[in-house]
Design a binder for this molecule. Structure first.
Ligand code: ADP
Ligand code: ZN
Length: 772
């Protein structure tokens, strides 16, 4: 079921949630007491949170032998849950305040050092409350596994020279070699790893052992990094760019904020190629000058070698956190950041949790990207978490994009964010010309459906003929996306999900894109046994086959999650494209973002309508963003470029406005609709999914929840007749009713008041947990 049962144990519940509020301005958490190590007479108590959906911490007594080691931000083992088994949890508070109930003893303290900074503790506390999940769950998700298990480190023996003042009286004489080694060690002025010293002084460990025996040195064990993760190649230095007038205007307030400190949120709207990244770099340079650090969030797919290179060239020590890191590498980066050895942390959404201790600035590029939203617990949005972190650390945050999310746009208009704009490309480069191809009026060749219309084909021939390169976007992978029987109407659907299967020719199978269920393709219909199965619908694999047929002399590469599975393949393909070895690059939205290829003179969109008809109120916004982004991929060099978009609905405003690069009109239109339908950003919206393997049980539970919602919203102050209330829609079957064998119902909960919405949800969730 969706939430787990309530755990019982003999420790005291500490309900932190009572005084919490999701408002940004509220004090979140009293300052956690720091490390309490020194002589302690009073007994100590520690509050522990576990990786469970619990909204409170549990108190434990700290036995005297652990008093020196316990600290906020360390992991502990404590009796918890069924049978009081030893369970790992996180210490979030240490105090000598005696709990009102009898408590149990902690079993052990696991970490040598606190894994969290104070700011991260407060941030994760806020997340637990805001996203209605356990604080322990947040901590577990936020701390990389490689940090928890110290992956990438090993224990090593260190040797330290004993200072003269501490030397014992009965010193024994040293041999010449021993004296020489001791001298080397003293000159270093700090402890050395034993094997390092042996190498340096060209001695055996026997010599060092003798020094130890005679009382001149001491030995101890410490953890050291196994990996050297400092940048492989020294970065190029970049020629400084003189900011143009627009950039100067935009930069001035950001610079002031970066210098003066203090929380301030900027929304930087700048068309593709308007020089936003240059602004980020300048602001970061200011911050580094002051000895502070910056976090830069970018969508995973924008973490290209070019981007990384650009930051390395300007910012010195840069840590890059991407999803292909091993646990050891991630752990090593984390420790390097925590030790203050890094100026800038660049990474995908989880980089917002980097343990920088002197953070001076946060930048989010492509702030509208939905990959900043995490799809598993805690279901956070990195942009919202970033704003909160900036607020907590009292520093500025810059959010940049060509197509702001309507939430941020709305925030800018309400004055919560300062709006800055770069309306033009640098160096007076024009925006690319975008033309629509109306597929309803394109001549069909012999009744066979082709992905590439005659008009697009002509455009490609022209671009390729004059030495240009072409990018084609099709946001669907696989060969045939619709496999069905023309006799009985049967559609190939997943056994576990209510979703159509996609035929993949390369692996010769029918594949579910949600749960990866795979089965043999068939020619005879499994229902009516007729040989009338049709493989229709177009994916990137089929598009590539068509390209090979239509452009036999050209080299084509495909980028989608099927071809990009091996680490490094992304880079390899893009390098080949950049060098001109590949003339046509096709792919899913992977190719749409952040890439910068001056020689691309034509971008083609195979089907602009793919995303429009999703059951999601953001479908139109996503389509606009994607088209605007992909349109920005061309005309970046001196050669200019054009964009051809194939569509069956050229009159659709999202498509029509994207072709004109008209964000302002789009936002105005879309916001009016959101307002009318009471959708975000005008109303807060929460979606609750109830899922389970037993259909009947899920339905019953959904009905119980419906009652709880009724109860929770009945009181007049929560549903005043003429003011803001809370609206509940559901339970209804989720648009995809069955996913991975789970039956799913959902509720949509709406309110203009975030506080009220939150109260109701918390009420219902708490009650539901206690009835389960
Ligand atoms: P964006 O992030 O808005 O897409 P970039 O900062 O990447 O834009 O700038 C696009 C290109 O223009 C880059 O190659 C960058 O080096 C260059 N550029 C940026 N600002 C200037 C400027 N003031 N003068 C000349 N070139 C610039
Ligand atoms: Zn499936």
């Amino acid at each position: 079921m969706f939430w787990s049962h309530n755990e019982h144990c003999g420790s005291t519940r500490v309900d932190y949630a009572r005084n919490m509020s999701p408002e940004l301005s509220s004090p979140l958490f009293e300052e956690p007491e720091g490390t309490i190590g020194a002589a302690v007479e009073k007994p100590l108590f520690a509050d522990i949170v576990f990786d469970r959906p619990l909204d409170h911490a549990y108190s434990y007594a700290v036995p005297p032998e652990l008093a020196a080691r316990i600290a906020v931000g360390k992991r502990v083992e404590a009796p918890f849950g069924r049978g009081d088994s030893g369970t790992i949890g996180y210490c979030v508070r240490v105090s000598d305040e005696v709990p009102t109930r009898a408590v149990k003893n902690l079993k052990s303290v696991l970490d040598e050092e606190s894994l969290l900074t104070d700011a991260l503790l407060r941030l994760t506390r806020w997340m637990a409350d805001y996203y209605l999940c356990g604080w322990g769950q947040v901590l577990q998700a936020v701390l990389p596994a490689g940090v928890r298990d110290q992956a990438g480190t090993r224990e090593s023996i260190f040797v330290e020279a004993i200072v003269e003042a501490e030397l014992p009286k009965d010193l024994r004489e040293l041999t010449k070699k021993q004296a020489e080694v001791l001298d080397k060690l003293r000159r270093e002025g700090c402890p050395l790893e034993q094997r390092q010293l042996a190498k340096l002084a060209q001695c055996t460990t026997g010599v060092i052992a003798a020094l130890l025996d005679k009382g001149y040195v001491r030995r101890f064990v410490n953890r050291v990094e196994r990996l050297d993760i400092s940048a492989e190649d020294p970065p190029h230095t970049h020629v400084p760019i003189t900011l143009n007038d627009d950039q100067l205007q935009v930069f001035a307030p950001i610079e002031t904020a970066a210098l003066g400190g203090g929380f301030k949120a900027f929304l930087l709207r700048g068309v593709t190629g308007s020089g936003k990244t240059e602004i980020y770099l300048r602001a970061i340079e200011e911050v580094i000058q002051q000895g502070k650090e910056a976090i830069v969030l970018v969508p995973e797919i924008s973490l290209t070698p070019q981007t990384i290179e650009r930051f390395r060239g300007r910012c010195g020590e840069v840590a890059v956190l991407h999803s292909h890191l091993t646990d050891s590498e991630r752990g090593a980066h984390w420790r390097r950041v925590a030790a203050g050895k890094v100026n800038v942390i660049v990474g995908a959404r989880s980089a917002i949790f980097a343990p920088a201790r002197r953070l001076g600035l946060i930048v989010i590029d492509e702030e509208h990207e939905n990959t900043f939203k995490q799809e598993s617990t805690p279901r956070y949005h990195a942009r919202d978490v970033a704003v909160m972190r900036a607020k907590l650390e009292n520093i500025p945050i810059v959010m940049g994009t060509a197509t702001p999310s309507l939430e941020s746009w709305h925030n800018a208009h309400k004055g919560n964010y300062t709006l800055l704009s770069l309306p033009n490309r640098v160096l007076e480069r024009p925006m690319p010309l975008v033309r629509l191809i109306d597929l309803r009026h394109e001549p069909k060749t012999g009744g066979i459906f082709h992905a590439i219309s005659p008009t697009l084909q002509k455009g490609m021939e022209k671009a390729l003929g004059s030495g240009g390169q072409v990018m084609l976007l099709l946001n669907r992978r696989g060969f045939s996306t619709h496999v069905h029987c023309t006799n009985c109407g049967h559609v190939a659907t997943c056994e576990r999900c209510d979703l159509a299967m996609t035929y993949h020719r390369g692996r010769n199978s029918l594949l579910c894109h949600y749960c990866a269920f795979e089965t043999q393709p068939y020619q005879k219909c499994p229902m009516c046994s007729q040989p009338t199965v049709r493989y229709q619908g177009l994916g990137t694999e089929k598009l590539q086959a068509e390209l090979l047929e239509k452009f036999p002399g050209k080299v084509t590469e495909r980028m989608d999650s099927d071809t990009m599975q091996k680490p490094g393949s992304h880079r390899k393909t893009l390098d080949a494209f950049r060098e001109g070895a590949v003339q046509i690059l096709l792919g899913t939205q992977m190719i749409a973002k952040g890439l910068d290829f001056p020689n691309v003179t034509l971008v083609g969109v195979i089907n602009a309508d793919v995303g429009l008809h999703q059951p999601d109120f953001r479908a139109g916004e996503r389509t606009f963003q994607l088209l605007a982004q992909v349109a920005g991929r061309t005309g970046r060099g001196a050669r200019g470029g054009q964009v051809l978009i194939q569509t069956y609905t050229p009159e659709h405003p999202c498509i029509a406005l994207a072709t004109k690069h008209d964000f302002l009109k789009f936002a105005e239109m879309e916001l009016a609709q959101r307002k009318e339908h009471q959708y975000p950003p005008y109303q807060r919206l929460a979606r609750l999914i109830i899922r389970g393997l037993n259909e009947k049980a899920v339905q019953e539970f959904a009905d119980q929840l419906a009652e709880l919602f009724q109860e929770a919203t009945r009181s007049p102050e929560r549903n005043p007749p003429h003011a803001v209330g809370v609206r509940i829609l559901g339970p209804a079957e989720a648009p995809v009713y069955r996913l991975n064998n789970y039956f799913r119902f959902h509720f949509q909960v709406q309110s203009a008041s975030p506080g009220l919405l939150h109260q109701v949800l918390r009420d219902v969730v708490t009650k539901a947990k206690s009835t389960k």
